[in-house]
Design a protein around this ligand. Structure first.
Ligand SMILES: N=C(N)NCCC[C@H](NC(=O)CCC(=O)O)C(=O)O
Length: 449
């Protein structure tokens, strides 16, 4: 057990219905791969390989389970009735767009699962969790209930962990979780500054806002989460995302910025008022100096940042500086690849770059950082959590075998209506909650719907 606080990364295990349905207007990759054939097995194995490589390097690596999809309770709530197979057949004929939405494996992007505030920042010195309502997209708005159950099953001890319900699911409180939240600090166990980035002020129609694509996170949502978590002004900074960046396809802040420790790695077009953001962080950060690593458009044009997902990399502490875990696409785009070489040679805080192949996820707009939820834990909190979800060699082997036994290697939109797929998913997930020791977290296990 480590003697100091650690950052644990909880990756979403890709679910058996991973597919390309083009559900996310404003997310360029999702729209450009619409109706391509997916490979759920490869997607899950790519994710597991990423987790394993990081676990092998000594990082604390956890897993959040996939959700039950297609989600029959949602279809029933929308008026489809009868036995499961009949519901699937009817919705496929009458409203295939709804079938696609309730079949998305989007819970894999756990950066959107919740916002997490470490105990060093919160008023009651517990770790606080608020599942994101993801109200901007129907297919994602059905995630928070099961996310909340999974988080409670893993972080169950109320002496250490506090859980809040998701915010009201309306656009004024649109909340996308940790994708718009990054924490800056000295050591992980020190009090830190939590940077909440929002796309729009909901209750002020005159405030700047994107014109083309939706802003998914509101200031009102970010402030509510900070209040719920008991963050005083010393621990919270609120910053508006540059609306032009949202209109260029930056649908979450983690597509244009990532922070770790005292380092903020970001594109010059990330924030509406960059100088104020940096000043607000500097005024609150104690025991260390903020190190901004600013990438100019001359080095990496915004379009290349979006296409490569450079900023959706994981920025991880290591003994010799920081490691940037980048998606393979970063080495395919010349401006980005050349920039990465200069970055490592510059002698700054980021001293190494490693490439991860998460192409199946990338085609839906999910890079390495989308796939993980960061939870900073003190040693006693790490000891108190349910450890069955932490990746060991044995768990990696078991999950690999599980994926190979249960996942298809191709899936198209037509397959989503296949009642056998629903049976396969339920059998797989029932086994998975056993493997992970999570108890019953799915509606089909709880007898609902
Ligand atoms: N940046 C972060 N943190 N997460 C990425 C989420 C990608 C996800 N894509 C999707 O939901 C596409 C699904 C589809 O089109 O089939 C989204 O847009 O919400």
């Amino acid at each position: 057990m480590p003697e100091h606080a650690v950052e644990a990364n909880f990756d979403g295990l890709v679910g058996p219905t991973h597919n390309y349905a083009g559900l996310s207007w404003g997310n360029v990759a999702s729209r450009s791969n619409v109706h391509a054939q997916s490979n759920p097995r490869e997607a899950a194995l790519q994710g597991l390989a990423k987790m394993k490589r990081l676990a092998d390097r000594g990082y604390v690596q956890g897993i959040l389970p996939p959700h039950e999809r297609p989600h029959l309770p949602t279809l029933r709530r929308l008026g489809f009735s009868g036995p499961d197979a009949a519901v699937l057949a009817t919705v496929a004929g009458q409203a295939p767009e709804l079938l696609a939405a309730v079949s998305s494996a989007s819970a894999m992007w756990t950066a959107n699962a919740a916002t997490v505030s470490p105990s060093a920042d919160t008023a009651d010195h517990r770790v606080h969790f608020t599942p994101a309502n993801l109200s901007a997209k129907f297919h994602r708005s059905i995630e928070p209930a099961v996310t909340g159950r999974a988080l409670k099953a893993i972080f169950g001890d109320e002496a250490y962990f506090a859980h809040h319900p998701a915010l009201p699911s309306v656009s004024q409180f649109g909340d996308e979780g940790a994708a718009n939240h990054t924490r800056l600090c000295g050591s992980y166990g020190d009090p830190g500054v939590e940077l909440f980035v929002y796309g729009q002020v909901a209750f002020n129609e005159d405030a700047p806002a994107p014109c083309r694509f939706p802003a998914r996170q509101t200031l009102e949502a970010s402030r509510a989460v900070a209040r719920l978590h008991g963050l005083s002004d010393r621990h919270a900074v609120f910053a508006q995302q540059n609306p032009d960046a949202i209109d260029a396809g930056v649908f979450h802040n983690d597509v244009i910025a990532v922070g770790n420790g005292n380092t903020l790695f970001y594109h010059e077009l990330a924030f509406l008022d960059e100088a104020r953001v940096l000043a607000d962080i500097r005024n609150r950060l104690t025991g260390t100096e903020l190190i901004p690593v600013r990438v100019g458009s001359d080095d990496v044009p915004l379009a290349d940042a979006v296409a490569s997902y450079l900023f959706n990399s994981q920025l991880l502490a290591s003994d010799t500086g920081m490691l940037l875990a980048v998606p393979g696409e970063c080495r395919e785009i010349p401006s980005v690849s050349a920039y990465l070489d200069r970055l490592v040679a510059s002698g700054g805080p980021i001293s190494a770059v490693e490439v991860f192949d998460v192409k199946q996820s990338m085609r839906n707009g999910g890079g390495p950082a989308c796939l993980r939820l960061r939870v900073v834990l003190q040693p006693d909190e790490l000891a108190a959590m349910h450890r069955g979800v932490l990746l060991t060699d044995a768990l990696y082997q078991r999950l690999t075998t599980w994926v190979e036994a249960h996942y298809r290697d191709r899936l198209s939109q037509d397959d989503l209506a296949d009642p056998l797929l629903l049976d396969e998913v339920r059998a797989a997930l029932d086994e998975l909650t056993g493997i992970l020791g999570l108890g019953s977290i799915y509606d089909f296990q709880l007898g609902a719907g």
